[in-house]
Design a protein around this ligand. Structure first.
Ligand code: C5J
Length: 223
């Protein structure tokens, strides 16, 4: 089918048209999901994020089949680290920092293997890959121009981590007038309680930042 459809969601149905909806996949990078990267450097148990990969892979496949715009983001910095705020560089407190060598190259540096997206979710064809220096995908990027030029009104937001880069991006998008549906099983956090409460914060107060639904509810209405 074509045209608008309603996805059962919290706090109420999310109405969108796939022709004007983009799937945004946030920071599904080796540096966050695999040992030795930025996530682990900050003291996190990276295995917490692995459960996101399978449902997100299915969602990605369905959005591709539906012809939706797909945008992947990657958090990271220039090799000379000139775009990395000093406070971010020293964060984590451990011996390893952004730019230091890790098992998959220099940590959180563009062009390195660890900075790239995990194999299961690798971009295909002309899908947009957006490099961002911050947590929000709109900050210091051309995302807003890309979305407006493509006539996008709604975003289906996925990726990691729920309470950091997903949340920041949803807040930025909401303020710009984009309607965001966050797929709960396609997002993840190193802290399960932050994931839960982060989702609640999005949909509370009548959907203050957006809507939340399981990927199944979204995919049922897509085909
Ligand atoms: C973090 C992100 N958590 N992609 N980055 O530092 O959420």
């Amino acid at each position: 089918p074509s045209g608008p459809r309603a996805v059962p969601a919290t706090p109420y149905a999310f109405t969108h048209d796939p022709a004007t909806t983009a799937l945004v996949v946030i920071d599904m990078q080796r540096d966050f999901l695999e040992p030795g990267g930025f996530g682990e450097m900050l003291g996190n148990d990276v295995s917490q994020l692995q459960r996101v990969v399978a449902p997100l892979s299915a969602t990605l496949a369905a959005c591709r089949a539906a012809g939706m715009l797909v945008i992947h983001t990657r958090e990271g910095h220039r090799p000379d680290l000139s775009d990395c705020p000093p406070a971010k560089l020293v964060r984590g407190g451990g011996d390893t920092r952004i730019g230091d060598p890790g098992p998959r190259g220099r940590i959180l540096v563009r062009g390195e293997e660890g900075h790239d997206i995990v194999d299961e979710l690798a971009p295909v064809g002309d899908e947009i890959v957006l490099d961002k220096p911050g947590k929000g995908a709109f900050y210091a990027t051309d995302l807003e121009a890309i979305l407006r030029n493509a006539g996008i009104r709604s975003l289906v937001v996925t990726g990691v981590t729920t309470e950091v880069c997903v949340h920041t991006t949803v807040r930025e998008a909401n303020d710009r007038g984009f309607e965001c549906l966050v797929l709960e099983d396609c997002c993840g956090s190193y802290f399960p309680e932050f994931h839960e409460v982060g989702l609640k914060m999005i949909a509370a107060q009548g959907g203050i930042f957006g809507w939340v639904a399981p990927s199944g509810a979204f995919l049922d209405g897509l085909v």
